[in-house]
Write a protein that binds this ligand. Sequence first.
Ligand code: ADP
Length: 250
Amino acid sequence: MPLYVEKKPERLITEEGVRTDGRLPHEIRPIRMTVGVLERADGSALVEWGGNRILAAVFGPREVHPKHLMLPDKALVRARYNMAPFSTPERRRPGPDRRSVELSKVIREALKPAIFVENYPGAVIDIFVEVLRSDAGTRVAGVTAASLALAHAGIAMRGLVAACAAGRVGEFVVCDPNHDEDMWGEADMPMAMMMESRKITLLQIDGPMTPEQFEEALNMAKRGIEFVYELQKEALKRPYVLVERRIRGV
Ligand code: ADP
């Protein structure tokens, strides 16, 4: 007997566009970002996004082990996405599965173009994305957290990478699909962008959309990404603002 049976809600969206969590189509879930949450990592970040809790840790640039993986002219970038066994309603089997292997690659590919890898020949930069609680959209929250952790580690980057998904529920294009929408909606489209050049480094689409809906989803995801980017900058500045306030005694 399964411990937990998920039930499809009677309706995912009303005719007025109100979603199962009360949001309107263009609205994003509440997000909180904190950097410097792990003492032993060179860079770290915690992203709380809706019901997601994602911890990112960066180690490096450091010596490559095993040595034969070393690249003489640039840094090796490795990423690992992992879901904790307690991160889903039903306990999942610990360890890598096909999905986490794919998401590790997706996250690495989304971030690598932003890193000045040529600045660190022969070194490795390790990125760990640990999903402590999952609620749909863990890859975009993971990319967002990992980008913050890289910046917090002081890795030379072209700029931050921010991410957000859009989707389709019935005939509505929605921003930042929640778990019900991801599970029972028509389409899900995670996207990430390098904010300095506005280059897209991740774009996946899972489910059908018309060209018009796709265009709308692209704009919806872009607006979500811009919002996420503002929060990232704020999170990186926050520790300095607090120190400044303490120095000034305000
Ligand atoms: P993303 O988290 O990037 O949206 P998916 O679309 O693959 O990636 O997954 C959607 C959601 O489904 C996840 O955030 C998680 O809540 C749930 N999920 C994914 N894989 C599992 C699993 N093996 N066991 C239980 N829930 C899972």
